[in-house]
Ligand binder design. Sequence first.
Ligand SMILES: Nc1nc2c(c(=O)[nH]1)N[C@H]1C(S)=C(S)[C@@H](COP(=O)(O)OP(=O)(O)OC[C@H]3O[C@@H](n4cnc5c(=O)[nH]c(N)nc54)[C@H](O)[C@@H]3O)O[C@H]1N2
Ligand SMILES: Nc1nc2c(c(=O)[nH]1)N[C@H]1C(S)=C(S)[C@@H](COP(=O)(O)OP(=O)(O)OC[C@H]3O[C@@H](n4cnc5c(=O)[nH]c(N)nc54)[C@H](O)[C@@H]3O)O[C@H]1N2
Ligand code: SF4
Ligand SMILES: [Mo]
Length: 737
Amino acid sequence: MERKRAVCTVCDIACQLQVEVEDDKVLRVLPPENPVTAGNYCLKGLSAHRLYALEERLRQPLRRVGERGEGRFEPVSWDEAMGEIAERLEVLIEKYGPETFAVSTSNWNTSVENGLGRRVMNLLGSPNWTSGVAMCMGNTAAVNKLTYGWFPWPDLINTDLVVLFGHNPRKHSWTPIYNLVRQAQAKGAKLIVLDPRVSGQAARADVHLQLRSGTDAAMCLGWLNVIIEEELYDKQFVRDWCVGFDDLKERAAEYPLSRVRELTGVAEEEIRLAARMYATARSATIPWSPTVDQQVSSTSIIRLQSILRAICGHLDVPGGELIYGFNEEMLSETFIELHEALSPQQRAKQLGYDEYPAYTHRAGELLAPHTKRVFGHEYANIVMGSYMANPTSLFRAMATDEPYPVRAFFSLGNNTLMSYPNQQQVKAALLRQELLVVHELFMTPTARLADFILPGDTWLERPHVHDSFGWRSWLIASEKAVDPPAGCRGVFDFWRDLGHRMGLGDHLPWASVEEMLDFRLQPLGISYREFCATHDMKIAAKEYRSYRRTGFGTPSGKVELRSSILEDLGFDPLPYHRELPEDPDHPFRVFVGVREDPYFQTGQRQLPSARRLSPLPAFFLHPEDADELGLAQGDWAEVSTRHGCIQGVIERRGDMSRRHVRVPHGWWFPELIDSDTDGAADRHNDGILVPDDRESLDYEQGTPQLKGFPGAVRRLERPPAHIARTGLRSSEEVTAQ
Ligand SMILES: Nc1nc2c(c(=O)[nH]1)N[C@H]1C(S)=C(S)[C@@H](COP(=O)(O)OP(=O)(O)OC[C@H]3O[C@@H](n4cnc5c(=O)[nH]c(N)nc54)[C@H](O)[C@@H]3O)O[C@H]1N2
Ligand SMILES: Nc1nc2c(c(=O)[nH]1)N[C@H]1C(S)=C(S)[C@@H](COP(=O)(O)OP(=O)(O)OC[C@H]3O[C@@H](n4cnc5c(=O)[nH]c(N)nc54)[C@H](O)[C@@H]3O)O[C@H]1N2
Ligand code: SF4
Ligand SMILES: [Mo]
């Protein structure tokens, strides 16, 4: 029996767990050995080996034989599959141009493929790469760059104040952040939580701003108003290092607290108290959260967070938010990705480039010389979130040929059908492909639509060094614990093989992930094996206030409170609040979120122990709202918007705000994959509810509103018929999260 250390990629927070191995089999996954990180594990990580050992796991490549979506496949060898994929891709590129080829990947994928996918796409000439990071952290990283050139990391270990925008890390959800917040509180840090619900974090907060879902931008503008009016900002920093303060002041004045109270539903005194606490704290952090990535005011909220950090003096100081720049010890994926290989003409064809440019190549081009001046390279892809195609523009092109045909689509470790707004359009887009390839562990609703399904490896089966998404200078060692099953191959091997078959061999000199890691670790002067033998983690020293030496990576070299890049792109250069108009037919504010402990996003529903813990999709309602609608605990109900409707069971919860409904993300039933369309994802997943027309998206990035959209709730007389086929007995099996 042997113990290895591997970085868990079940979710995207990278705990380094211990893995007990015997005879090339994983016996157990255990919490970390390192006392500093000992509490960083959750039930998904510890049960991962059981998920991967299930019979349902894909273990050989499959090729479609029936009609698309019919679900009939035949086994095929890797060589035959890859040969045919490369050949068909080449024909499509010849016919429509390289931009006809698009890719969507997952979030955990960050760094496990080492940037090879984007390299191959750039060399082929396609700009149409996107990912779930378009509404989870990647976009935040890209939008942060507009204000001060990089995406700063919250120094939670040393901070005096933490502000959580609806972020609710728990013992089994983003555990390392949960632990860091608790440790900070134990050392005396204060906690402010903005959340329409009394979440676990809100219950522990010093100040809980129970705002209406979808009004974070208004709240931040209220804070700014107080901070500027009461002159609580760092005057010297604003004078020396910021541009656009007077314009910002004018904008903030448009949001007096009486207006902010009306928009957010929070009392003026509470808003004032929180703003004062933030501005006067010795140090403060606003850790990232997806709540701000998923609103029509997303760009403004992210900018407002950036602005608050800067003018209150919390940028690049101990206990504040740290600008790391590239890690000097391991080559960033950016250097592998070769964005410079893509011609300006092809860059300009990126879907979303004109419509929603904030994280596309278009904003990247405006930042490039300044990124180079400060960080030494024109491209800086942090959390994979820069230089991306916009998903809505992409799926529209795939479904309609507008503005041009996109007919070859690869989904790599991403349940694409369920992971974007307007699931109806994503389905139409996938059905219309001439070549659809899915790299997966399981038969998902997306995989079922594919021409080829390729079985992947897992984090227990591949070598890896986690480089903190290129965000901060921390490296974490991850050893391969066991070999993948004979028919399974990693995403790195997929790209390498495809690239070679497409004539790019000269640009792909690394024969294995390990060779690639050796290459990326060259600055450190040791190989991957030496790294694992000598390090658990490696944390590079941090220089504070490095902008004093380099300036900021923006056109002005300063913090741009008024964004010259947004202005050049034709948008309001100052932050503002926008929300979806009220709709009397849909009187509730619906939000997606509150992740379920046993699942990561759309995954894990194959694992019986996970399903026992959380058997059915649940809608949370305040008991008084439930009473008004005649809804008892466990009743089946339908939530509808003007775009679609989904079904779930009612969970009456006193922690909800009145007139709000929570709907879960990611529900489908693997056991129904053959009998029901999309494994019933079309009747349970949130993407069915969420429109993506222009007014329903953030203007600058094109990000959807998952927080606070208008919806209606009604009781269903009985469980939907397909639920009987899941073997669940329904209502009484619902458990609280
Ligand atoms: N077990 C488990 N853990 C996970 C995941 C998982 O799937 N399962 N997913 C991981 C991933 S990828 C992510 S992105 C994170 C997300 O996890 P969190 O950051 O915790 O985000 P959410 O679950 O989306 O919602 C959290 C809170 O936002 C509140 N909220 C709703 N609307 C608003 C609003 O408009 N403004 C504000 N300020 N708050 C609002 C909700 O009431 C809820 O309490 O969780 C990670 N952790
Ligand atoms: N409608 C809607 N869309 C959303 C969200 C939402 O709330 N609503 N949330 C957004 C957020 S916060 C995030 S983080 C993203 C998440 O989007 P994704 O990162 O795509 O997350 P999953 O839904 O877990 O899909 C991952 C798929 O990869 C497979 N998989 C897991 N590990 C491996 C592996 O090692 N190799 C391979 N080949 N496959 C693997 C799993 O079986 C699963 O089917 O979705 C975003 N999209
Ligand atoms: S929080 Fe859980 S799922 Fe996420 S990396 Fe850590 S152990 Fe894995
Ligand atoms: Mo996420």
